[in-house]
Design a protein around this ligand. Structure first.
Ligand code: S3P
Length: 178
């Protein structure tokens, strides 16, 4: 039996497509979409960049944990885009593990990720050379994405519509098989 309040959580690096795919999947399911960065910005009235610059990354990570815990506690089944760094904190990984959420890792190569992050301003960690930053960060994080994910969806050179369809297929399979 499937838990009726089971959330779908999308994890993966910056540029993996969590927000784009999450919004589309939520629309198809008629579910509410929550992006952890947007939740932080709504709760604090500040942008991710402002928080990083004024208070530093550790302060941001605390807010990120609070946002994840808040979203996972929602009784309504949500589609949650969990920002790239969510997996860094052991307590976040434990929260994902404890929840009944289906966790999907949207995987992509740094060169592909770099092509997608282009103009976005909420990623201070990428600096002047996004591809170099992504190449440095992915090996540090890969094992955490693997650890939290129930399923991995490859997104390299896959059009968004196909990624969305794949995620919906995974959900359909899970609904059928529990
Ligand atoms: C970060 C990812 C960003 C944002 C912040 C830090 C990370 O979110 O939370 O810039 O450490 O991977 P997205 O994954 O939505 O880009």
């Amino acid at each position: 039996m499937t838990d009726p309040a089971r959330h779908l959580v999308l994890v993966g690096m910056m540029g993996a497509g969590k927000t784009t795919v999450g919004r589309a999947v939520a629309a198809r399911l008629g579910s509410r979409f929550v992006d952890s960065d947007e939740l932080i910005e709504a709760r604090t009235g500040r942008t991710v960049r402002q928080i990083f610059e004024a208070d530093g990354e550790p302060a941001f990570r605390l807010l990120e944990t609070a946002a994840l815990v808040e979203a996972l506690a929602d009784p309504e089944p949500l589609v949650i885009a969990a920002a790239g760094g969510v997996v860094l904190q052991a307590e976040n990984r434990a929260a994902l593990e404890r929840s009944t959420a289906l966790v999907v890792w949207l995987q992509a190569d740094p060169s592909v990720l770099a092509g997608r992050v282009g103009l976005d301003d909420h990623r201070p960690l990428l600096g002047d050379d996004p591809e170099a930053a992504l190449r440095r960060l992915l090996p540090e994080r890969r094992r955490w994405y693997e650890e939290v994910a129930d399923t991995t969806v490859e997104t390299d050179h896959v059009p968004p519509d196909e990624v969305i369809a794949h995620v919906l297929d995974v959900l359909g399979e899970t609904d059928r098989h529990g």
